[in-house]
Design a protein around this ligand. Structure first.
Ligand code: NAD
Length: 295
């Protein structure tokens, strides 16, 4: 099928600023129901996007959630919007590239809540829109990206695991990407970091499974956060050729919503997925299923 055949399929979803920055989650967005009562979760990069949707899903299903982010203003605002009383969701400033800082964040969570059951390593940064060839890729960008997207997962997990092992049945969910499962051009650091996260997840599952701690990952496809919206629509919000080309590879004909990624994270973060360990689950509208085909 020619790519033009897809052009009419995609309707721009309603991603109002309100949805990202405002309204409290309702059950309609969270059809997966699990029981996280009495459970404590830590989500990195929870101020917006997929992290925020994950925080909302965990809270909606009974967990008490520490929302950790670099962005203090946005993190505090999100935590307040999710739970004004600060009982089910509270904000802690944390930079995942700062290993001692993340140890302190984990200590604060345990001091406050007494335990840690779930860790979601979500904080991540992406390649800028001006993608570059590997031989022109800047050293600074390489180190910056690897530091957040891969080292950050290691530093945070290293800090959290000793505490998580104190309560049987803990769960870690890492956020990789479809870019960590197949090669893509012109984004060397991102594909390397996310592939690292995917295989680190499997290795962690081998090591920690016998200790009663499950580790899985979610690999989102193109997800319509405010950050990626510009990539799809351009600065003026117009539907771009780039969007058409990207969407033509997705059997469902549209990008994902953060809530749809969060549903998968929620399931892997819950006791209900008790026999799943070491998987990297694509949540991509089928994009990977057709990866080796042209159209
Ligand atoms: P986003 O940019 O909307 O949000 C990322 C959050 O992480 C922000 O709140 C930011 O302040 C925080 N953050 C960044 N660096 C940090 C650091 N050093 N320490 C603590 N917090 C930090 O991102 P998103 O699109 O929601 O992506 C979330 C995760 O999903 C990332 O790991 C990303 O690579 C992955 N992912 C996203 C997509 C997509 O299309 N959006 C696709 C595949 C994978």
């Amino acid at each position: 099928m020619r790519p033009e055949a897809f052009l009419g399929v995609f309707q721009r979803p309603n991603l109002s600023p309100d949805r990202e920055g405002g309204a409290r989650p309702d059950r309609e967005h969270f059809s997966v129901n699990v029981d996280l009562t009495e459970q404590v979760a830590l989500v990195t990069g929870g101020a917006q996007g997929i992290g925020r949707a994950t925080v909302e899903a965990l809270v909606a299903n009974g967990a008490r959630v520490a929302l950790v982010d670099l962005d203090v203003a946005k993190g505090e605002a999100t935590a307040r919007q999710v739970d004004a009383a600060g009982e089910r969701c509270f904000f802690l400033r944390g930079d995942v590239t700062d290993a001692p800082g993340m140890e302190s964040v984990v200590r604060q969570v345990v001091d406050r809540c007494g335990r840690l059951d779930v860790l979601v390593n979500n904080a991540g940064i992406n390649t800028r829109s001006d993608r570059v060839a590997i031989h022109e890729y800047s050293m600074d960008d390489w180190h910056r990206l690897l530091n957040v997207d891969l080292n950050g997962v290691f530093y945070t997990s290293r800090a959290a695991i000793p505490e998580m092992l104190k309560t049987p049945g803990g769960r870690i969910v890492n956020i990789s990407s479809i870019a960590g499962l197949v090669p893509l051009r012109l984004q060397s650091a991102y594909v390397a970091a996310k592939a690292g996260v995917a295989n680190l997840t499997r290795s962690m599952a081998l090591e920690l499974g016998p200790l009663g701690l499950r580790v899985n990952a979610v690999a989102p496809g193109s997800t319509l956060t405010l950050g990626t919206e510009a990539l799809f629509y351009g600065p003026d919000g117009a539907y771009t050729e780039k969007a058409a080309s990207l969407l033509s590879h997705i059997p469902l004909g549209r990008p994902g919503r953060p809530e749809e990624i969060a549903q998968a994270v929620l399931f892997l973060a819950a006791p209900e997925s008790s026999y799943i360990n070491g998987v990297v689950l694509p949540v991509d509208g089928g994009w990977l299923a057709g990866y080796t085909r042209d159209w």
